[in-house]
Design a protein around this ligand. Structure first.
Ligand code: SAM
Length: 228
C-alpha cells in the first residue's frame, strides 16, 4: 500500500527538521510542495534530490486525480508546506480529506511531526496550555469584533497568527476590549535571527514593538482572563 507522508519543516531556522523527516524526504518518489522554489532551499541544505511538484490550496481537482493515480501506481509521496506543519493553516487538509474518501482506506497517511508556530510560541508563553483556543488568522472584517469580545471574556489561553502589516492594528483593537492588566505575549520571527518575545499588557507590548520593529511573522497569545 502506498504512503503519503505529511512532513513538518522548519518555521525559520533550517536546523529545526528531524532526522526522520530528512530520511523520508530522501526516500519518497515525489515531494508535493506548497511552493517548490521555497522548499528548494531546504532540500539543497540537506542534499535531498527527490523530484518536487507544486500542490497548494488553489490546486485543481485534476491535480488531486493525478496524485491519486500516482499513489495507486505504488508511489510514495511526501507533502510539505512553506513552513511548519502542513494542514495547520496551510494546504494539506483538503488533500488528506480527498485521499481518505477517494482511496477508501487503500493508502497510509503518516504524520512526520516537527515545528509549528502555534506550539513553538505556546511553550515559552508560561500561560496554561492544558487547554487553549487556536484561532488561526482572525478575520479582517466580518466577525472580527465578536472574536475580540470573546477573547476578552475567555477563561482559556488564546493563540492566533498575525502578519506584519496587521499586527499594530490588531493589538490596538485588542487593547480596546481587554482589561488594561490582561497579560499577553507576542512572538516575532520565532527561531530566526530577529526572534523577539514581547511580554506584558497590550499597551506595553505596543510600546515595545514601536521601539523595535513590526517586521516579520507573529504569533499572539493572550492569557486567560483570571490568570496571574
Ligand atoms: N503551518 C504553519 C505552522 O505549522 O506553524 C503555519 C502557516 S501560516 C500560513 C503562517 C503564519 O504562521 C505566519 O503568518 C505567522 O503568523 C505564523 N508563523 C509562521 N512562522 C513563524 C515564525 N517563525 N515566527 C512567528 N510566527 C510564525
Amino acid at each position: 500500500m502506498s504512503t503519503l507522508y505529511v512532513v513538518a519543516t522548519p518555521i525559520g531556522n533550517l536546523e529545526d527538521i528531524t532526522v526522520r523527516a530528512v530520511r523520508i524526504l530522501k526516500e519518497v518518489d515525489l515531494i508535493l510542495c506548497e511552493d517548490t522554489r521555497h522548499t528548494k532551499q531546504l532540500l539543497t541544505r540537506y542534499e535531498i534530490k527527490t523530484p518536487t511538484q507544486s500542490y497548494h490550496q488553489h490546486s485543481s481537482g485534476g491535480k488531486v486525480k493525478t496524485i491519486v493515480e500516482m499513489l495507486e501506481s505504488g508511489k510514495n509521496l511526501a507533502m510539505v508546506s512553506d513552513a511548519g506543519t502542513p494542514g495547520i493553516n496551510d494546504p494539506g487538509v483538503l488533500l488528506v480529506k480527498e485521499l481518505v474518501t477517494q482511496m477508501d482506506g487503500n493508502i497510509n497517511i503518516v504524520p512526520i511531526p516537527g515545528a509549528s508556530a502555534v506550539i513553538t510560541a505556546l511553550c515559552v508563553s508560561g500561560f496554561p496550555s492544558h487547554e487553549f483556543s487556536y484561532l488561526g488568522f482572525v478575520p479582517h472584517k466580518k466577525g472580527r469584533q465578536t472574536i475580540f469580545q470573546t477573547i476578552a471574556q475567555s477563561e482559556t489561553t488564546t493563540v492566533f497568527y498575525e502578519s506584519s502589516h496587521r499586527i499594530m492594528k490588531t493589538l490596538d483593537a485588542l487593547g480596546s476590549v481587554l482589561e488594561p492588566t490582561r497579560q499577553l505575549i507576542v512572538c516575532r520571527e520565532l527561531t530566526k535571527l530577529h526572534e523577539t518575545m514581547y511580554r506584558g499588557t497590550c499597551a506595553t507590548v505596543i510600546e515595545s514593538l514601536k521601539k523595535t520593529s513590526t517586521k516579520g511573522e507573529f504569533v499572539i497569545i493572550i492569557a486567560p482572563r483570571s490568570w496571574g
